[in-house]
Design a protein around this ligand. Sequence first.
Ligand code: ATP
Ligand code: MG
Length: 370
Amino acid sequence: MSISTLYLSSFRNHKNKEFDFCKGVTVFWGDNGSGKTSVLEAIHTLSIGKSFRTHRQKTLIRNGDKRFVLKGTFFSGGRSDTVAAQYDLVSGQKIKLNGKLISNRKELIGKNSVVVLSPEEQSITKGGPENRRQFFDKVFCVTDTTYLDTLQKYGRVIKQRNATIQGINEGKTSLREIESWNEQLSQVGALLWAKRAEFMRGFSLSLQWLLKKNKEPLEIDLLYIDKKLGPSGYGEELKKTQEKDIRLGRTTFGPHRDEMGIQWQGKNLRNHGSQGEHKLCLVFLKLAEAVYIKEKTGRRPILLLDDLFAKLDLERNRGLVTLFHIMDREWEDTTQTIITTTDMVNLENSGMLLGHKEVKTHHLERKCST
Ligand SMILES: Nc1ncnc2c1ncn2[C@@H]1O[C@H](COP(=O)(O)OP(=O)(O)OP(=O)(O)O)[C@@H](O)[C@H]1O
Ligand SMILES: [Mg+2]
């Protein structure tokens, strides 16, 4: 997959900008606040209909303006797609795929996949379990729309069961009403757990494949317990927690409480990792995401690397660059890579730009807002 052109209007600090990309590495370099991450955010928005930094589309509109507009041309599997996204303070979001308005973001998912590696996403390794759930769920949704359907249905049933619990606590709903939600939750919850366990195993394989290719021996493991619970076992567990759920006012059992732990050299990364180790693990998780997407869909996602080499020592930077080259060799083609940096010299020293037939650079100016 690749992007060839991007147009931004009133998006973050960009008033009106147009960029082109090459099939190899395209670099955006400039000072802090010049709008580098925003360019990656724009590409991400065209890929799946939302930013990786915020859920509030409003904040993406350039201060003082009323709407942003993004347009991009993508190539994937011999097909070209033009995607246009607009968010207007009055009419909200509109997305067009090849000139046709789409009614649901779902229609974009999986078409022009990107993998973004940004310091803004460090919460995946540093944050609480919900951050890791969100990360893995997004990967699994991009590669399997039935997972997205199951996840959305699960979310709806949990919401309704919680509303019923609230009704019971307020004396407005009878205790019996929870039974029908228990039944539905057992079906969809058990299905979600089964899919998640299967996909976590697949993701783990992608990660271990990648780690084996890495020159420095590193031990990064995913810890996920397969619950192996069918709908009837799930229903029994729900009954056991029902009293507690009513007391606490919410459903306390199920996939929405899952932990997907990350172990670094045999220890819990969240509690033990240094800054550099967190960053390195995030890099491996994200590259494993790219490998996983390639495995599942047969197509290589576009890599969006935001400030990749900051915080890593030179040896590890060089090791990563070698790994990128190995991935390209294994896949017998270059993966389109879009990279941002404040320090062009550091990027050149890393060797990232070597060995590519095509490299393009764009310089962004902090002051310039046109
Ligand atoms: N809605 C907005 N309207 C105008 N400017 C905005 C808006 N949202 C963010 N900005 C500003 O846009 C600028 C660019 O942000 P961005 O995160 O893209 O910079 P960057 O080049 O990645 O910087 P860094 O090197 O520090 O990561 C920042 O100064 C930010 O404060
Ligand atoms: Mg940035």
